[in-house]
Design a protein around this ligand. Structure first.
Ligand code: AMP
Length: 417
């Protein structure tokens, strides 16, 4: 362990690899970016940005077209890029790698990656065929490039493992749970965990005494009810499809509607999956998955945009109400985060405005001013609970959990391929 020791956080998608480097002592965020369109010989791009203190107070951004046929090659290119632009010794400086893994079944803590724990992630891929295989590719790539460096998986599902069975079970035959692990798991857990910890700090309370409703509203959206720092319910289910209306996902839906659509349109399982995950939500209703375009359309009076906007807002309100009840009305704060929650004062206003009867009141000026990565309390002094805007930082949370699992003493240093 030395002053130059680094921690690398990876978040692998099916054709992308996001990365962020952290200094370990002192713990601080460094260069980060994303390899996009892996496997596309023409459009494969590496984008990166370095914070100001890495580059003589200016900060720096890069966008480079470089082909990478798979995640291993992308990982090697990222390594070469950082060696060439930030630190020539980077390969030797990396002392641990933390991975975002979407589905961890009933694993409730981050785990050190071993053959056994990697086997568990493969097992979970049966329930998360879209999400876990890219995570495994990221793990494989890092293992090949950073040989012998400890690697940790941090699961999106882990934080929600404290949900009681009344919240996580479906009303299906019990054997489906026992034999096939069919239950609600919840996602965005790293973000919800980060948000309650930050909220506790802002409220001046211990996390273990903090009750919040955290709204992670982005292209994928979920809300969690958190009592005493522990999740008691969340809107996503066995997969990230359940709950709120999202960019391209339908959210809550009568399962009989799926059976009917499948039969009526003669769709395969794969086609149905694509319809519900990729062609529905705001995209399916309005033609755009970007809420900014939907808001603009609604402002122009376009009926479908008005409908999409109203549905998005209504479901958020409905779940805030449900979780208010789940928490017995003892709520310290409603927290807004992610692309929409952090940036759209319009959505926050539409969601909270009609909840005055529950005692929730916005400070309009604070709401308008708290955008673009700002953190703050946007509640009026008379509001029954605080309304907080907190920019989420999943990479930071993964980095902290990785360090906890590995422990400073065990950090060994890297031998890059
Ligand atoms: P995320 O998935 O957290 O990166 O959030 C991305 C989404 O945030 C985009 O698809 C946009 O719909 C949404 N978004 C970003 N800025 C705004 C804004 N000012 N108003 C409404 N939606 C926004």
């Amino acid at each position: 362990m030395s002053a130059s020791s680094k921690l690398l956080v990876l978040n692998a998608g099916s054709s992308s690899l996001k990365f962020k480097v952290f200094g370990v002592q002192p713990f601080a965020a460094g260069i980060g970016g994303m390899f996009d369109r892996i496997g596309d010989a023409i459009n494969c791009t590496l984008k990166a940005s370095a914070p100001a203190d890495l580059d003589g107070g200016k900060g720096r951004k890069w966008e480079i077209k470089i082909p990478a046929k798979d995640h291993v090659e992308a990982m090697q290119r990222i390594l070469d890029f950082i060696k060439g632009n930030v630190s020539s010794a980077f390969a030797r400086e990396v002392v641990a790698v933390g991975h975002r893994v979407v589905h961890g079944l009933e694993i409730s803590q981050p785990v050190l990656l071993t053959d056994k724990t990697i086997g568990k992630i493969r097992e979970a891929a049966v329930l998360a065929p879209l999400h876990n295989p890219p995570g495994l590719q990221g793990i494989d790539a890092a293992e090949k490039v950073f040989k012998g460096v400890p690697q940790v998986a941090v699961f999106d599902t882990a934080f929600h493992q404290t949900m009681p069975s009344q919240a996580f079970m479906y009303g299906l035959p019990y054997e489906l749970y026992e034999k096939h692990k069919i239950r609600r798991y919840g996602f965005h857990g790293t973000s919800h965990k980060y948000l309650v910890e930050q909220a506790a700090g802002m409220l001046g309370k211990p996390v273990s005494e903090t009750n919040v409703i955290t709204c992670h509203l982005g292209n994928g959206s979920s809300i969690a009810a958190i009592r005493g720092g522990l999740c008691i319910d969340t809107t996503m289910g066995m997969t990230p499809l359940e709950g709120l209306l999202m960019g391209t996902r339908c959210g809550d839906l009568d399962p009989a509607a799926v059976l009917f659509i499948q039969k009526q349109l003669n769709l395969s399982v794969q086609d149905t999956d694509t319809l519900l995950n990729k062609k529905s939500g705001l995209l399916g209703l309005t033609g755009s998955n970007d809420l900014r375009a939907v808001i603009e359309g609604a402002q122009r009076g376009e009926p479908r945009a008005e409908l999409g906007l109203a549905m998005f807002v209504y479901r958020v309100q409905k779940y805030i109400g449900a979780y208010w009840a789940a928490l017995g009305g003892k709520v310290d704060a409603v927290v807004f985060s992610a692309g929409i929650g952090e940036n759209s004062s319009v959505i926050r206003g539409l969601v909270i405005g009609p909840l005055k009867g529950m005692g929730l009141e916005l400070d309009v000026a604070a709401n308008d001013a708290t955008v673009g990565g700002r953190c703050g309390d946007i509640a009026a002094p008379t509001s029954r609970c605080r309304l907080l805007v907190i920019p989420t930082d999943e990479e930071l949370c993964i980095a902290e959990q990785t360090l906890q699992v590995v422990g400073f003493q065990n950090l060994t240093g890297a031998t890059a391929a």
